[in-house]
Design a protein around this ligand. Sequence first.
Ligand code: CUA
Length: 349
Amino acid sequence: MGRRRTLQVLGLIALSITLAACAADAPQDSLNPAGPYAEKIDALFKPVFWVAAGVFVLVEGGIVYLLWKYRHRRGREGVPPQIHGNTRLEIAWTILPAVILAGVAVPTVATIFDLASVPEGNVLNVTVRGHQWWWEFRYTDPDMQVGDGVPLTTASVLTIPTDRPVYVTLEAVDGKIGDAAVIHSFWVPRLAGKQDAIPGRENHMTLQADEPGEYPGQCAELCGLSHGYMRFKVVALEPAEFDAWAAGQKQDHVEPTTGLPASGFEVFSQTCIACHTVRGAAPGGVAAPDLTHFASRDCFAGCVFDTTPEQVAAWLRDPPAEKPGSFMPDYNLSEEQIDALVAYLETLQ
Ligand code: CUA
């Protein structure tokens, strides 16, 4: 292949890699903010990006120009004239970057403090806890409790009202109830920046959505085998719809007395209840997601699976085969038990 041909091929490869970065449908696009907190980050990122792009073009352009101008040619075999230093230039290229950096630092520091401030007014407080490998959401406000000091608790789907700041307290499990004490990172690119969830420590962040909709997020810190399967979604509802949702979620489960769901509840009470809670049934464990309104959420187990009967059945057949490292073991349930469990879980609306 000639030199020209090689250059053409390399150019085409570079072009296709660049174009592959363009996507019309990118639900986790931090450049497409959907709330005031993400917009503050975007408003800082864009000008800083263009300043950096300008510096890049100047510096790299200068390098390429000099490479070209002083390239080896016939008749230039000797060493070019050697120059030592230029005081004025050196002072200029010390001061100029310092001025640019100071100019970038002022809005950066202001934005950091702005984002870190505790929101005031009509705030929704949620404690987000990172488990291996799913997210738990606890609504800690007094009007969101389901018993004396017991917060409404869900998993994998965080439902929030629009136009209202959500003050998130981030935690991670400490390794005492099964999964290891590891650091996770909570990230909903269209609603806020990312923040670590650290065992034994509380971190805070605020997110807010302008419009109703679904905003996917995921764990952004390598946290073990199924890190890539530690997704979740934020569902934003109009305030009235959110209130209706919350009222429904506060209801206890209704124990099924007949048919397949009743048999499913029996299996649940003998097996699943060791780790899962269904409010209103016998006291359940807290190592695994609260399933009280399992079927009202459209995904589970780190939002990797849909709560359809087929996918729930596949999960129950062998969780670690569906999601590597899953702490939910394979209970060797029979197909009859699985059918019954699925029927029961589907009643948990
Ligand atoms: Cu949790 Cu990665």
